[in-house]
Design a protein around this ligand. Sequence first.
Ligand SMILES: [Zn+2]
Length: 386
Amino acid sequence: MSRTLIYNVEVVEPGIRVGPGSVLIDGRKIVRLIRDEDAQVEADERIDGGGRVLSPGLMDVHTHGIHQAIYENPGDFQAAAEACARHGTTCVLPTLYKVMSRKSLGLLRELTAAMKGVTACSYPGYHLEGPFLALPGAGAETLPGDVGLMAEVYEACEGRVSAVSISPDSKNIIPVIEWLMERDVVPFITHTAATPEQTQQAIDAGARHATHFYDVFPVPPVREPGVRPCGAVETILADRRCTVDFVCDGVHVEPIAIKAAIAAKGYEGVLLTTDSNIGAGMPEGVYETPWGYKVRVRDGDGARHAEQGFLAGSALTMDRGMANLFRWLQLPAEQVWAMGTSNVAKMLGLKHKGVIRAGADADLVLWNENFNVARTWVAGKCVYQA
Ligand SMILES: [Zn+2]
């Protein structure tokens, strides 16, 4: 095995510290974190980090695509993985939302075969956004809970499913949540106008994470002047067992909502995600999509329908999301880093990801100024160098 030492770096230990040190990699794993710069370490290759920041790779649990690749096209996985590496993302749940039906089972098999062949990014499994959702949002399915269909979709994905988004107000959803829990699939709450009672029932059954929180969580209608209504958002904020993720582009959600969630849950309960799609990470311009319209991508404005101007998706990448969080939040650096790394790994139950310590996967990013990526490693292999 060849040992690589990355030295003279500011090592990010999420939630613990950011400070000087070196990291020794052997094969696919981190074998040692050295905080003492004078320690003598043997290595086959030595990389001088030049005093820059070395963090665990960023982890995105909700992303439909990046650059000009989408995860519902089997031919795009390699290009998507390479694009992720440029933005410091090393672990992704490819998020599907239009293909969870009985007529798409063949496509799910093809996607799964394609996903298995790619090594430039780590894919623990899909995030299926639906089909048991109450509100459609951007074209997601809205079927009542159906364990039989869930099992067929799961089988077509060869069990490579990490998370399934459900709505607490979908009919017959509790058996689906229980079915997912039995298979260690994490149920996410989203696309919902659920009442506090419905939301609490879903949480009690095991749904402990809310994705693109606030987006497609409409404000309940005021039924009596003078009484402010509460719904899924308040119920999720009130339950310390629940974590939430936000699309941190400054367009999909106000930074104050992120601060409110941190005040309710602590930084450990809040995650960064992108919900990205075609156009994410691309220069300003108009891009073709497979949905019969073009999107216009503009810095700080998301991806909008090129003619009608409505918000048609997120153009965020994890590196920009991290930069935004550092701008908006007055928190210690190790806590902000946790929101894109260790908090994500913990929520998914991935013990060897999102951290820099002996035994962890060697998924690492060396950063230049302003959250620009200098170098990315996935499972010990350099997959991008600026
Ligand atoms: Zn969605």
